[in-house]
Design a protein around this ligand. Structure first.
Ligand SMILES: Nc1ncnc2c1ncn2[C@@H]1O[C@H](COP(=O)(O)OP(=O)(O)O)[C@@H](O)[C@H]1O
Ligand SMILES: [Mg+2]
Length: 259
């Protein structure tokens, strides 16, 4: 039997631990196996990207880690409740940027008198100081994702789960947000599990890239990325590793033959 101390030690050792996770959905032709026997650890402060072709089960996996759904088999533990950020910003359009963040702070139990100041600090952190009173429709796509990032950070989680958060942005805005995310990750010591189908984005951001195969999703391979920061998506080492990973990803896509 584990002592409470041993459990505490266990919980700080991993921001997330997935052990033999499988997930099936009921389909027209019976059970469809989407994720098969996935084991993956995210260390405290680590930045991991989960890379795979569209439909391979990335969102399914992230939803399981977020606790929005349960695995069919295997176990998932996280160090506290993770924060989530999606491609769609999911901000409330009738609230201002500031009030969207304050709502997250309220749900977090932050007392009312402290919320405004904290919301303004978080807007500063994502370099949107001054946007407190702006409504969602007044903000560009990139600014909305910054507010969404501030709102996720308001949750004070140790683990940030990101599901293709920049996929709908133009390349220049995405580049800038990559820089911001890297800076915030370095400043806060957060652990990040970032899902993408974009190989260069995966390499640009991560300390470790985990490649998922398709149908079913399995861990096909992983790479440690020891390219120093600051990185840019055009850097030769980023391009080189991306090429290597793309070749393997293409093999994965050919292998299951549906693209
Ligand atoms: N709730 C669900 N019910 C049935 N099938 C699902 C459900 N969620 C996802 N799937 C299926 O699981 C597979 C993986 O989907 P998803 O995780 O969204 O992939 P990705 O995010 O990698 O594009 C798809 O074939 C999808 O149709
Ligand atoms: Mg998805």
């Amino acid at each position: 039997m584990a002592t409470p101390l041993a459990e505490a030690a266990e919980s700080v050792e991993h921001a997330a631990r997935l052990a033999h996770v499988s997930k099936s959905f009921a389909g027209p032709g019976g059970q469809q196996l989407v994720l098969d026997d996935i084991s993956l650890d995210v260390a405290p402060g680590e930045f991991v990207t989960l890379l795979g072709a569209s439909g391979c089960g990335k969102s399914t996996l992230l939803n399981l880690v977020a606790g929005l759904d349960r695995p069919t088999a295997g176990s998932i533990t996280t160090d506290g409740r993770p924060a989530l950020m999606f491609q769609e910003h999911a901000l409330f359009p009738w609230l201002t940027a500031g009030k969207n963040i304050e709502l997250a702070l309220k749900l977090q139990g932050v007392p009312k008198p402290q919320r405004r100041g904290r919301a303004e600090e978080l807007l500063e952190l994502v370099r949107l100081g001054g946007a407190y009173g702006k409504r969602v429709h007044e903000l560009s796509g990139g600014m909305r994702q910054r507010v969404a990032m501030a709102r996720a950070l308001a949750q004070e989680s140790k683990l940030l789960l990101m599901d293709e958060p920049f996929a709908a942005l133009d390349a220049i805005t995405r580049d800038v947000l990559h820089e911001e995310l890297t800076r915030i990750w370095q400043e806060t010591g957060l652990s990040v599990l970032f899902v993408t189908h974009n190989v260069r984005e995966a390499v640009r951001l991560a300390q470790r890239v985990v490649l998922l195969s398709s149908r079913p999703g399995r861990v096909a391979r992983e790479w440690t990325v020891d390219i120093p920061h600051p990185r840019r998506i055009e850097d030769a080492p980023v391009a080189e590793l991306s090429l290597e990973i793309t070749d393997i990803l293409r093999g994965e896509i050919r292998r299951h033959g549906r693209h």
